[in-house]
Design a protein around this ligand. Structure first.
Ligand SMILES: CC(C)(COP(=O)(O)OP(=O)(O)OC[C@H]1O[C@@H](n2cnc3c(N)ncnc32)[C@H](O)[C@@H]1OP(=O)(O)O)[C@@H](O)C(=O)NCCC(=O)NCCS
Length: 403
């Protein structure tokens, strides 16, 4: 099989649902700017070279419906010949899109393609505009339809991940993200115009616009004491809070992939290759355990061990499930691998979704952009991204730096 090269991987900032900078900005506009960013950072490449665009989205309806992969191709002025599709593997959608496009390149079915992900959790909140659980399945397996917060509570209770561990993890996530922001480490961010529509006293609507270039959910003032005081968000006597859960976020990300022939033809310098991708199924009522199974399966496929991997991006849907997965991988007790301030850290080095947000359908592409950017920055050969997936799954991908 051929190699699939990641030539550019970018993301918009992640901004808080409802109260954040993108709450009045349509998801197509987020995608528009991040996809145009790929071309700004790949001089000499013309949009007519792109054969297909696949976009991950968890709730592909309303503003992000009608096959946003094709909508964005037309909106961003690709030629009519550039096709487009939408894929949904819930929180792995933005990674599924990369894998789908990479496999097309690897099999010889395409030369230049774009993958990505998008979610406006403001405009299309979980669980979509018109949820319609199947009545028989809802009786037989109610856990398929429960809140993700309850699945995080299940993991915490079942595997003794106590509140202190969750808050401690979350504190470090916030501090790592704040440090990275301060030191301008998120080089993969594309600035995006953010709209605000304001009703004037005479009833007319005024549009204001500002350029957004930072993740707006990071809380640099986070303390362990502050986190400890928060009330449980999902269950009266629970341990999962607003402070140790991922934030609901609006955002988009995009990845440009090419074959080696295209890399040579356009004279570009790729960042990384997608080596392997895998998905596993787990019990939906503890969907957060997914990475604990997906990562070992991935490593086996690649014939590598955890020690070979220099950077991990493990999506922090909730601190409870992230900690459980790291325990299973025997990485949690090695706190120097993830604590803020540790020079040896290699897991979520710049914080995770607890601080930076989790724009669900976008997250897989967003983490790929963060991971490959840091692999390049630090000269790390192998990086893994992994996430748990609603409905009971885990996904994981291995990237290899192009030296
Ligand atoms: C947990 C959840 C319900 C909280 O939503 P929310 O109430 O809108 O969250 P907020 O960010 O407003 O936080 C609530 C309050 O907690 C406190 N808080 C949150 N993070 C904090 C921190 N790091 N330090 C101190 N206080 C914090 C604040 O007081 C905040 O209120 P304020 O911003 O007005 O001061 C929501 O984030 C959620 O559902 N997350 C999971 C999403 C999900 O399921 N995704 C799919 C995963 S598979």
């Amino acid at each position: 099989m051929r190699d699939a090269y990641i030539v550019s991987a970018l993301r918009t900032p992640g901004c808080k649902k409802d109260r954040g900078a993108f709450s009045h900005t349509r998801p197509e506009d987020l995608l528009y700017h991040v996809i145009n960013g790929l071309f700004e950072r790949t001089p000499g490449l013309n949009k007519k070279e792109v054969e297909d665009i696949v976009i991950g989205c968890c709730f592909p309806e309303a503003e992000q419906g009608l096959n946003i992969g094709r909508i964005i191709a037309l909106m961003a002025k690709f030629p009519d010949e550039t096709s487009g599709a939408t894929v949904n593997r819930f929180c792995a959608s933005g990674l599924e899109s990369i894998a789908t496009q990479a496999m097309r390149v690897m099999s010889g079915w395409a030369e230049v393609v774009i993958a990505g992900g998008v979610e406006s959790m403001t405009m299309v909140p979980i669980p979509g505009k018109l949820p319609r659980p199947h009545p028989d399945l809802a009786k037989e397996r109610a856990e398929v339809y429960i809140s993700m917060g309850i699945t995080a509570e299940n993991v915490a209770k079942r595997y003794n991940i106590n509140r202190q561990m969750q808050d401690e993890w979350s504190y470090h996530s916030q501090i790592k993200a704040a440090d990275a922001q301060k030191n301008n480490l998120f080089k993969e961010i594309v600035s995006v115009p953010a709209n605000k529509y304001i009703e004037e006293p005479d009833g007319t609507i005024k549009r204001e616009m500002q350029i957004q270039n930072v993740d707006d959910g990071v809380r640099p003032d986070t303390t362990l004491e502050g986190l400890t005081k928060l009330k449980p968000a999902f269950a009266a006597a629970g341990t999962v809070t607003a402070g140790n859960s991922s934030q609901m976020t609006d955002g988009a990300a995009a990845v440009l992939l090419m074959s080696s022939e295209a890399v040579n033809k356009f004279g570009v310098k790729p960042i990384a290759k997608l080596k392997c991708y895998t998905v596993v199924g787990v019990n939906p009522d503890e969907m957060g355990v997914g990475p604990a199974y997906a990562i070992p399966k991935l490593l086996k496929m690649a014939n590598l061990t955890l020690d070979d991997v220099g950077l991990f991006e493990i999506n922090e849907a909730f601190a409870s499930q992230t900690i459980y997965c790291l325990q299973k991988l025997d990485l949690y007790d090695k706190k120097e691998l993830w604590e803020s301030g540790s020079s040896k850290r290699k897991i979520n080095v710049n914080g995770g979704a607890i601080a930076l947000g989790h724009p669900i359908g976008c997250t897989g592409s967003k983490l790929a952009a963060q991971l490959t950017n840091m692999m390049k920055e630090k000269g790390v050969k192998y990086g893994i991204e992994s996430m748990c997936v609603g409905g009971g799954m885990g996904a994981a991908a291995l990237f290899e730096l192009v030296e």
